[in-house]
Design a protein. Structure first.
Length: 309
């Protein structure tokens, strides 16, 4: 027994283990330093914009950035409402329903969506998707105008916040699907076989064994998709015809903009204090993304602790 313990201790001091540990710790420190550097830069360059926003825009910084925050959150929420159920369904089909010969090609096709550049999604959204959605916008404005989201008048170009949300949904779909697919596939086989042996249908087995086991991972996948949707720039900038207002109408020509798209569109022509204001709005987006990540970790951790009890 003592010989075995000594060998285990000796194995823990192997040069390869020490190198791997040092590399992992060094990589983690580099990431933290990079994030800290970004935060310091945003604070240093953004504070003058926050304090002097009234001189440049004629209003306070809060009044300037609030419509952008609203548009960013609305576009991301629309994307998640559309993408989340589709991603869960696709992940289940690939991991539990489709035959293995079909599941692998389906997984590869979904993963390839993540390799498409944002500009391509934006061009597709403005030239193909937007015009195709115009008849639906007209129908909604005529049929359910009492719903604030579809009050109209309907856009004639399709360049609306809803179209931007649909494009973002397609962009976050492969990320959420890939993570959920791997998590679903890791559900203990014995748990699934036990549920089936007790007479459960395949869907009942998934509800009783797969979803509880993968709950924390599903939440993390959705939050990761939310982070992608919050920070997307080029696709939204190309698709959205923004007016910089706050509105609940998702199908008209009057649409809120997003922080990332506003920075991308205005930064090339900005000078002086205007640059600081744009950087300050980037600081707000940085803070929102951090808040989303911390919330995701807290929710996933709580779910994991419940499962361990």
């Amino acid at each position: 027994m003592s010989t075995t313990i000594d060998e285990a201790r000796g194995a823990g001091r192997r040069p390869g283990d020490a190198i791997f540990k040092g590399t992992a710790v060094g990589a983690a420190l580099v990431i933290l330093l990079a994030l800290a550097g970004v935060a310091v830069f945003l604070l240093y360059e953004g504070v003058p914009g926050i304090l002097g926003a009234r001189e440049e825009t004629g209003s306070s910084f809060v009044a300037y950035v609030w419509p952008l925050v609203y548009g960013t959150l609305v576009a991301a929420v629309i994307a998640l409402v559309i993408a989340t159920p589709l991603a869960f369904a696709m992940a289940l089909v690939i991991s539990h329903y489709a035959p293995k010969r079909l599941a692998k090609p389906l997984g590869y096709i979904v993963d390839l969506l993540a390799a498409v550049p944002s500009v391509v999604y934006g061009v597709w959204g403005i030239t193909v998707l937007g015009p195709q959605l115009v008849p639906m916008y007209r129908w909604l404005a005529e049929t359910v105008p009492w719903i604030p989201f579809f009050a109209g008048p309907a856009s004639t170009t399709g360049r609306t916040i809803f179209t931007a949300g649909v494009v973002l949904a397609i962009m976050v779909l492969p990320i959420v699907t890939a993570i959920c697919r791997e998590i679903f596939a890791q559900t203990p086989t014995l748990h699934q076989e036990a549920a089936l042996a007790l007479g459960a249908t395949r869907w009942e087995m998934i509800r009783m064994t797969v979803f509880p086991y993968a709950r924390s991972g599903m939440i993390s996948a959705v939050m990761l998709g939310l982070g992608r949707a919050l920070g997307e720039t080029m696709a939204v900038a190309l698709v959205l015809s923004a007016s910089g207002v706050i509105t609940l109408n998702f199908i008209s020509n009057t649409n809120p903009s997003t922080i990332a798209a506003n920075i991308a569109l205005r930064f090339p022509e900005a000078t002086g204090l205007a640059v600081n204001i744009l950087i300050a709005s980037g600081l707000v987006l940085f803070a929102i993304t951090f808040a989303v990540n911390f919330a995701a970790r807290a929710i996933a951790g709580r779910s994991a602790r419940r499962m361990s009890r």
